[in-house]
Design a protein around this ligand. Structure first.
Ligand code: SAH
Length: 216
């Protein structure tokens, strides 16, 4: 399965839709126009790959809505070669967008099966990403500090261990809240280590859970 003229056309239209919905970061739009989202979809939903919605992948998890990916990525304000930690690899789509923008991506997934699948796909697409199977709550202290941290699952509270792994001057983007709805929250860590919080609208993610799941 590869890219096609049809998929490229649909992708272009989706990018225009995102632009109309207020996404203005040209680098983010370029990455979304480049990454073939259909390759990240469950075969059952393949024809919906360029519909701006979240869809089921496996183990009750989802591939995020393109608009949500665009908002979170824009809020990260990443620069090329930034070290970005992602919690919740899922389909790998968000990781691909970050890598496409030139970030050095570290991504953690708690479902072994999902981690293996995303890794295989992203390697086959030629992305150089560091994949980890584990509980994202603990982050990756050995690879810290990070210029940016993006959490793509709903956190009941801002995970303090992850905040410790953020570089002074860095940004963390995390949906904070309960099961029904979360508030997209940006934490900017100043050079003196103090944090500034801002809120960026309501979203719906699957929950960020503790521990790992090995097997089906
Ligand atoms: N970024 C993904 C969205 C995945 S949905 C994409 O682009 O498709 C959220 C993912 O977070 C799920 O795969 C879920 O298993 C994972 N997750 C939830 N809690 C986690 C944790 N504590 N550590 C790592 N991954 C976690």
């Amino acid at each position: 399965m590869t890219d096609s003229f049809e998929a490229k056309g649909k992708r272009k239209r989706m990018v225009e839709e995102l632009r109309q919905k207020g996404i203005a970061d040209e680098e983010v739009l370029r990455a979304i126009n480049t990454v073939p989202r259909h390759l990240f979809m469950d075969p059952a939903f393949l024809s919906h790959a360029y519909v701006d919605k979240a869809f089921p992948i496996s183990s009750g998890q989802t591939i995020s809505q393109p608009f949500t990916v665009a908002v979170q990525t824009s809020l990260l304000k990443l620069k090329k070669r930034d070290r970005i930690l992602e919690i919740g690899t899922g389909s790998g789509y968000q990781a691909a967008i970050l890598a496409e923008m030139g970030a050095k991506v570290f991504t953690i997934e708690r479902f072994r099966e999902i981690y293996l699948k995303a890794q295989k796909l992203l390697v086959s697409l030629g992305y150089h990403i560091d994949f980890f199977y584990g509980d994202g709550y603990t982050g990756k202290p050995m690879y810290s500090p990070f210029d940016g941290i993006i959490i793509t699952a709903a956190a009941a509270e801002i995970p303090s261990e992850l905040l410790n792994q953020l570089k002074p001057g860095g940004r963390m983007v995390v949906p904070v809240g309960g099961a029904a709805s979360q508030t997209m929250t940006v934490i900017e860590k100043a050079e003196d280590g103090s944090c500034k919080y801002s809120e960026h609208g309501a979203f719906a993610f699957v929950p960020m859970l503790k521990g790992t799941v090995n097997g089906k």
